[in-house]
Design a protein around this ligand. Structure first.
Ligand SMILES: [Mg+2]
Length: 209
């Protein structure tokens, strides 16, 4: 038998085998959210502190709406600012703590946050558009990936959703929308839905007005 090339293939085949042998049935609805440009304003200078973190209009309400409708929210985010030494893991934790607290105070719950700290050059398996972070979440929470939606503002998010096998990939226009569309068109990848913002995307998932 040929030796598998690299850990990604090994992980993938193990994942499929484990899934086949698993008797646990996922019973929750999961939604994956990108962070910057979806929940908060993105910045070319990166978000390095809670003071620089600014919620986009309607995003906290969207998180509340998902929570009230029984969805479990998981954030999947590239945070190369850590490898760039622009922010420490502790500072990132602090931002996420404050973000989750602010959502909780308004009735929204973010279950977990998976982030990739690496630079693109590292060629890791967790940096989007690779599906590694979604697979980590799948393993931890026994998620039925085809039953999930991924909401993001960049081409990487939509590609990541496709690479992981998410049922829906939704592109929001609150980040760098024209760049995302140009990149997706070049790769002939199409989002399932283009939403004005996170709240619009969430309505698409919950089917509620
Ligand atoms: Mg983003």
């Amino acid at each position: 038998m040929t030796k598998a090339v690299g850990c990604r293939l090994n992980n993938l085949s193990r994942r499929r085998r484990d899934k086949k042998n698993s008797v646990k049935k996922p019973n929750k609805k999961f939604v994956f959210l990108d962070r910057d440009g979806v929940i908060n304003h993105d910045s070319p200078d990166y978000i390095k502190s809670w003071e620089e973190f600014e919620f986009l209009p309607g995003s906290v309400e969207a998180i509340r709406h998902l929570t009230k409708n029984g969805f479990t929210i998981i954030i999947i985010t590239n945070q190369s600012a850590i490898s760039r030494k622009m922010i420490s893991a502790k500072e990132l934790d602090h931002i996420h703590l404050r973000m989750r607290e602010a959502c909780r105070a308004r009735g929204g719950s973010i279950r977990d946050i998976f982030f990739c700290p690496h630079m693109p050059e590292k060629k890791c398996d967790c940096r989007k558009p690779k599906p590694g972070l979604i697979f980590q979440a799948e393993t931890k929470y026994n998620i039925d990936i085809p039953g999930t939606a991924m909401i993001g503002d960049s081409a990487k998010d939509i590609e990541c959703a496709r690479n992981a096998g998410c049922g829906q990939a939704i592109l929001v226009q609150t980040g760098n929308f024209s760049k995302a569309m140009r990149q997706l068109t070049e790769k002939n990848i199409h989002p399932d839905f283009i939403a004005r913002d996170l709240f619009d995307a969430v309505l698409q998932i919950t089917g509620h007005e």
